[in-house]
Design a protein around this ligand. Structure first.
Ligand code: HPA
Ligand code: ZN
Length: 324
């Protein structure tokens, strides 16, 4: 099974670039930019990676992201992930970035977006990996701040395929961002949103009805509402599920209790993704393997996840057909 998964051509749809910041690169960039990290060694940093919930993770994730300051830093981060994609046989990836983490502390939007897009272009030219870039709004900030960020993204319309919504879910429902998502859709961006990771099934309905999203990120709490599961099946609205992340953040006690295989069997368009692999201890192949082993899946069942990801991607129908 391990060999089968490694060799399977895969598509990733839920990956935060800042969540691929490996401890080694974090220390290198901290030194390059004279940032003092509150950890004396890579080992003590890794020892802090014990998250009892989403907020505990976000606190460490935002702190780590502050070592990223120059265009070259964003390039190096992105290109390192793409090299990992090559090793993992990921042929297409749609990646999130959180510009507001960086603009809030004085790094210009152009520095962030410039470095990321230059690496994505080089990744396609040198490694043959195609990609889409998804700009997330931080949902714990205001909608006005999201609108300011959207205005900056419009100048990069050719480089950014979609907008998304991430960060602290509880208390920040999708409805808070109804206007900015309407503006984004009217400008021609696709839309996605994290919903139903820690938040209830109502947050998923909010992403569907108020934000009119093309995909739901996580969405695992849909199981609490049978009508919602029926809706997801009927409309084949994709869920980008992140199994190892969900276990690390205590959304499920362990992989054996995860609902992804149940949802697959009910006909939901579920996909497997790695979320923040540098923090959650596993890139895409490890997420596939954890699910395959816990549920004793056949190769055919495992391949369904990859077929679903092609279907759920923002690739053109023509390109999807070439990959199927
Ligand atoms: N959930 C919400 N926000 C995030 C995550 C996540 O899993 N990863 C990075 N930002
Ligand atoms: Zn995520």
């Amino acid at each position: 099974m391990k060999g089968f998964i490694s060799g399977l051509p895969k598509v990733e749809l839920h990956l935060h670039l800042e969540g691929t910041l490996e401890p080694e690169l974090m220390f290198t960039l901290a030194e390059r930019n004279n940032v003092i990290l509150p950890y004396s060694s890579i080992e003590s940093l890794k020892a802090a990676y014990q998250f009892h919930d989403l907020q505990a993770f976000l606190d460490i994730y935002y702190q780590g992201a502050l070592v990223l300051q120059t265009e070259q830093d964003f390039y190096d981060l992105t290109y390192a992930y793409l090299k990992r994609c090559k090793e993992e046989h990921i042929i297409h990836t749609e990646v999130f970035f959180d510009p507001q983490i960086h603009t809030q502390t004085g790094t210009p939007f152009d520095t962030v977006t410039g470095g990321v897009t230059r690496a994505l272009k080089d990744g396609e030219a040198n490694l043959g990996i195609t990609s889409g870039l998804i700009m997330c709004f931080l949902r714990d900030l205001s909608e006005d701040e999201a609108i300011e960020t959207l205005k900056q993204a419009i100048l990069y319309k050719d480089d950014i395929v979609a907008v998304g919504l991430d960060s602290s879910e509880s208390g920040n429902p999708p409805e808070k961002f109804e206007r900015v998502f309407a503006m984004a859709r009217n400008t021609g961006f696709k839309t996605v949103a994290h919903a139903g990771e820690e938040g209830s099934a109502d947050y998923i309905w909010g992403a569907i009805n108020a934000l009119k999203v093309d995909r739901i990120d996580h969405g695992v709490r849909c199981s609490d509402d049978p009508k919602l599961v029926d809706y997801l099946v009927e409309h084949q609205l994709p869920l980008t599920v992140c199994p190892l992340s969900n276990v690390q953040l205590n959304v499920f006690d362990d992989i054996a209790h995860h609902n992804i295989v149940d949802l697959l069997k009910q006909g939901v368009l579920v996909t497997i993704n790695s979320d923040d692999p540098a923090y959650f201890g596993g890139y895409l192949n490890e997420n596939y393997l954890a699910v395959a082993e816990a549920f004793d899946l056949t190769k055919q069942e495992v391949a369904r996840f990859s077929e679903n990801a092609i279907k759920a991607s923002f690739l053109s129908d023509e390109k999807k057909q070439l990959l199927q």
